[in-house]
Ligand binder design. Structure first.
Ligand code: SF4
Length: 354
């Protein structure tokens, strides 16, 4: 869920295919080092338009490599297409659009991660609007900058611009990935009601995640690079959090007899320790637990599943964004592990993601 949707746009005179660094030097070294006979390519949907560029480059290194393209939506590096690789007998995988997911089990074949860094600069209109907020930024205890993988190279540029204007700027993390966040990992981001937060990304996904991490009163701005828009997330944050808290409070106050635990099957979404911890807590309360394994669960699959298991609530232990972004309209509570733990302890202090 971290790839941009810039495929149809030209930015700053650059053609869409020139807007992303496809890491061809690393690709060459990886191929020369591993000498795969069959190679699987995984691109997020937002970068699939670059598939032919990637395939023809690989073929130019060695025409004998059999190249396969995975059609998986590739929402994160947590979902490496290792099943696809196994089916076609691929002996190496190149995953574009994300950096390595720290919680994933070690893959059985060599994997190269190419983040596909955005090569354009900070978008002009958004920056103009952001600089109109300069008094607010200066009066903050600090401006915290975060970015999704593809835009993390813009963090330094924004930091310098704001510091030159007299702002106190914090870029959490270290090295070349300062400010990096994924949709479920904001652990490096300091929490403080006097900070102002700026997220550089495409679409609302990472800024929404930051709101979940920070809580209702956070001042979060999103620089949406591909749309060149500056979005004040305050209202959106409050709306989403209010909805999640309402769901948890409903669960605290209703008698629950059966819960279905959805267990991820993708290499970075299988969380056995978390599943066990929640299952144990549910069992202690005498709540019946049904365990379901899924690579991805859509609304249609959940509707079909519900006809069989008839659970009072569904806890998604794979990707914590599914309950919030994809399954929020289901007629029964579909919650994250953090929300399950809140409901079980009777707490309304929002906990994201677990
Ligand atoms: S688990 Fe979900 S939010 Fe976390 S990295 Fe994977 S796709 Fe993104």
């Amino acid at each position: 869920m971290e790839a941009s949707k810039a495929s149809a746009m030209a930015v700053g005179g650059l053609k869409p295919e020139d807007l992303y660094d496809l890491g061809f030097n690393e690709v060459r070294e990886f191929i020369e080092g591993n000498k795969p006979r069959r190679l699987l390519i995984q691109l997020p949907n937002g970068l699939k338009f670059l598939a032919l560029n990637v395939i023809s480059f690989i073929k130019s290194i060695s025409s004998s490599i059999e190249v396969y393209l995975s059609s998986d939506p590739s929402y994160g590096a947590c979902a490496l297409a290792l099943d696809d690789a196994m089916i076609v007998g691929a002996d190496a995988l190149i995953h574009f659009g994300h950096i390595e997911y720290p919680l994933a089990t070690k893959p059985t074949i060599p994997v190269l991660y190419i983040p596909a860094y955005y090569l354009g600069g900070l978008p002009e209109k958004s920056m103009e609007r952001l600089l109109n907020e300069i008094q607010l930024l200066k009066s903050s205890a600090g401006v915290v900058i975060a970015a999704s993988a593809q835009y993390v190279k813009l963090v330094k540029e924004l930091k310098k611009t704001l510091e030159d204007l007299g702002c106190e700027v914090i870029t959490p993390g270290s090295g070349s990935h300062q400010g990096l966040v994924t949709g479920c990992n904001y652990s490096s981001i300091p929490v403080g009601s006097n900070y102002t937060y700026i997220v550089i990304s495409s679409g609302y996904f990472h800024a929404t995640g930051l709101c979940l991490h920070l809580g209702m009163r956070a001042k979060v701005f999103l620089i949406d690079v591909t749309r060149d828009e500056l979005i004040d997330m305050s209202r959106e944050c409050r709306k989403i959090l209010a909805k999640r808290l309402y769901l948890v409070s409903q669960l605290i106050n209703s008698p629950i007899k059966r819960v279905a635990l959805i267990i991820g099957q993708a290499p970075g979404q299988y969380r056995p320790a978390l599943v066990k911890a929640i299952e144990d807590k549910l069992n202690e309360r005498g709540i019946d637990v049904i365990k379901v394994v899924a690579r991805y669960i859509s609304l249609n699959e959940l509707i079909a599943l519900d006809q069989g298991v008839k659970a009072d609530a569904y806890v998604i232990t794979s990707c914590p964004r599914l309950p919030i972004d994809d399954l929020a309209s289901f007629h029964k509570p579909v919650i994250t592990p953090g929300e399950a733990l809140m409901a079980l302890s009777g707490s309304l202090k929002y906990l994201y993601p677990w």
